[in-house]
Design a protein around this ligand. Sequence first.
Ligand code: SAM
Length: 230
Amino acid sequence: MNTLSSPRLTDLLERLHGEADAADREHVEAMQAKIAAPGASIEALAMDLLADERADYRATYRDRADNFLAVSPEYGRFLYAIARSCRATRIVEFGTSMGISTLYLAAALRDNGGGHLIGSEMEVSKVARARANLQAAGLADLVDIRAGDALETLKDVGGTVDLMLVDGAFSLYLSVLKTIEPWLKPSAVVLGENAFEPEYLAYVRNPANGYMSLALPDEGRGNEFSVKLS
Ligand SMILES: C[S@@+](CC[C@H](N)C(=O)[O-])C[C@H]1O[C@@H](n2cnc3c(N)ncnc32)[C@H](O)[C@@H]1O
């Protein structure tokens, strides 16, 4: 048995995904209604969200302090599998929220024999909830969730990075990637969840910047998979 399939973690994740569905239902339905409106599209909605964030990303996420905005169970298992396959021992996460994605990644670290996950979250109430969830999972010893703006808190991650999950403010993806880039190992994997920022996509898809990058088949969620080649 691995850590992810242990009853302790499966029970916790089932509960948290349920809480996330309930907390985010209204928000998700509002987004779905916008996409379904005549002449609308997921790409246009993403551009609207980016424009709102660019005006004040802190206010945008303060308004979402009670929302999980978490990865799906399928994407969580994908995170676990990628972290196992690259034998990650140092993982960085931009955007921890209540720690659902963190639980999948920390489980992989445990099964890789140990390591460090450096998370980042600017909503203090979410930091407390994420820490409590990691404690409940028995994975807190592997994780350092840094409270505050990732543009500051992730400047020094203490060593080379095997895997990065980019899942915070949509409008900061490229800025945060560039903050972490000096720490990325050759062959490091960078996963952009909801990577809609045009500047981010142009950067990772330009071979001159040293990545191989492609969109994952994901029904418009904007999941980008990038490998730092050198
Ligand atoms: C999509 S949610 C993350 C979901 C989480 N990865 C999961 O799957 O459970 C994005 C989170 O990023 C946080 N965030 C946004 N911009 C941030 C920043 N500049 N620094 C730190 N956290 C940020 C938000 O408060 C929000 O909780």
